[in-house]
Design a protein around this ligand. Structure first.
Ligand code: SF4
Ligand code: SF4
Length: 292
């Protein structure tokens, strides 16, 4: 289980006078990143983390309890802060927490956004509680001896009344999965395993915000808490991978490297982050290549 707690949620507006973006090429890249954020409508759609939870469009970047590459963490935090995440989850290590805050501060220098929460995760063996078994009991053959019901240690499967999996009881142990002779059981990943299709998948299951019918009406749909059965989505390995590819193409050099020193890469990474976070926040889709 990962235990998490939040340590920061303060707004620190950037001080333009102290901006460090003096180099003309870097300044142009920063301007492009700022325009990409504004054109995607992040500023108007990224509400306070608390409000996002209530609306059901909260997004967390999981750096992870065991990920301690402080350079990548700093740059990931900057990129995903610009993309409007509500929270950044990281390891319980002072250097890692500083790297996250440094990345957030760097993003604040690019554009004045509300500050995401910083959440510290402590690793406690395997995280199983992020998945839930699911199957349609009406799909089960009548003559099945119901081994799933017998094997479940949480009494989370009830077939007599056609309940199937009682979600509140299921803690994702996986015992039921191999015993089903008809492969009827699957798992809904609620955190680990999330990717660009997660928000749409949850919407199709009726678990997430109402599907948008009119992209001009984004704000009114998001403002409807009645459609939010899930508070938000946490992105881990997938979020790190898509931006990490860009980070790994930064020229290797002595000492720590900041992504804003490579303006084209910052814009590219930001475009990818906006694409992912935007599946939840419903950002206005803008291709990052227009800002290079
Ligand atoms: S995953 Fe475990 S707790 Fe959940 S229904 Fe299957 S056996 Fe029960
Ligand atoms: S074992 Fe499989 S087929 Fe049988 S009742 Fe359970 S889920 Fe349905």
């Amino acid at each position: 289980m990962a235990l998490s707690f939040s340590i920061s949620a303060t707004i620190f507006p950037p001080n333009q006078e102290e901006s460090k973006f003096n180099n003309r090429k870097t300044a142009k890249g920063i301007e492009n990143a700022r325009n990409l954020v504004k054109t995607s409508r992040v500023l108007s759609l990224a509400t306070s983390p608390h409000e996002s939870l209530q609306k059901g469009n909260w997004v967390k970047l999981i750096c992870g309890a065991s990920f301690e590459d402080v350079v990548d963490i700093r740059n990931l935090s900057m990129v995903y802060t610009l993309a409007g995440v509500d929270c950044i989850d990281c390891a319980a290590d002072a250097a890692v927490v500083s790297a996250v805050n440094e990345g957030i501060d760097a993003a604040m220098e690019v554009v004045e956004l509300r500050r995401p929460w910083v959440m510290i995760s402590v690793n406690d063996d395997d995280d199983l509680h992020f998945r839930k078994a699911e199957f349609d009991p009406d799909d089960c053959p009548m003559d099945c001896s119901r081994p799933c019901e017998l094997v479940c240690p949480a009494n989370a499967i009830k077939l007599d009344d056609h309940s199937g999996v009682i979600t509140e009881r299921c803690y994702g142990c996986g015992r039921c999965f191999p015993v089903c002779p008809y492969d009827k059981i699957s798992f809904l990943q609620l955190a680990g395993g999330t990717n660009a299709h997660t928000a749409d998948g949850l919407r199709k299951e009726g678990l997430f915000q109402t599907t948008l019918e009119n992209s001009n009406d984004v704000r009114s749909v998001l403002a409807s808490p009645s459609s939010a059965f899930i508070g938000g989505v946490a992105y881990g390995g997938y979020a790190r991978k898509i931006v990490g590819r860009v980070l790994s193409s930064m020229p290797s050099q002595q000492g720590p490297s900041s992504i804003e020193d490579h303006p084209e890469l910052l814009v590219e990474a930001l475009g990818l982050a906006l694409g992912l976070v935007g599946t939840v926040k419903c950002y206005h889709p803008v291709h990052h290549s227009s800002f290079r």
